[in-house]
Design a protein around this ligand. Structure first.
Ligand SMILES: [Zn+2]
Length: 204
């Protein structure tokens, strides 16, 4: 079984069936005699695949390298940029074929932690910039996992229904003041139709 959570999907483990409120968006319910496993997805962008071993491996191999995998290093990022030199950094970070796993808030945070403006063209970015991007990815992914996910207004819940606290670690996304320099008002712009946040002091 492969479960892609889409934007808002999550699995819940409970002792009995969820009530009407919590279970409102439960689209798949798997019951055993001890526990109930529910797939909840308000926006329904998720996918679920039941596959035999051969098709499972084919499907898994069709996915690009995830940003959390060890091989996704600074050199790999540099090569992606060199192969797509005219792309805009923030927009390109959302390209799932190249940056599998980066969502909109993570993209703003990566640019911030790497001290790069989201509007930068990727071709001229140096190997050092790519090292900073790799460090930013590691920091943000690790931070989000440690704090059990990032919740915006009733979004993500872990398997036991707890809200994550990752939102407390954001430095620019949905912030009024930059949480890196602690003094500069954050600027919000729209790039490729998506809200983008940056600090004009910290990011060049
Ligand atoms: Zn700043």
């Amino acid at each position: 079984m492969i479960s892609h959570l889409g934007m808002s999907g999550s699995w819940r483990i409970t002792d009995s069936r969820l009530d009407e409120i919590d279970g409102k968006h439960a689209h798949i319910i798997i019951e055993t005699n001890k526990k109930v496993l529910s797939y909840i997805d308000p926006r329904r962008f998720g996918h679920l695949y039941f596959l035999n071993k051969k098709n499972f491996e084919t499907k898994l191999n069709s996915y690009p390298m995830d940003i959390s995998e060890p091989g996704f290093d600074a050199e790999h990022i540099y090569n992606i940029f060199q192969n797509n030199p005219n792309k805009v950094l923030k927009t390109f970070l959302l390209d799932q074929k190249n940056f599998s796993g980066v969502g909109n808030y993570i993209a703003s945070e990566i640019c911030a932690r790497a001290k790069l403006l989201p509007t930068r063209i990727v071709g001229p970015l140096t190997k050092k910039d790519c090292k900073n991007i790799k460090a930013a990815i590691d920091l943000i992914i690790l931070g989000a996992v440690k704090t059990q996910g990032t919740t915006f207004g009733g979004g993500y819940r872990d398997a036991f229904g707890e809200k994550g606290e990752g939102v407390q670690h954001l430095v620019v996304f949905h912030q009024k003041i930059c949480q890196m320099c602690k003094k500069t008002p954050i600027i919000k712009i729209t790039i490729g139709g998506r809200g983008t946040y940056y600090c004009p002091h910290c990011q060049k």
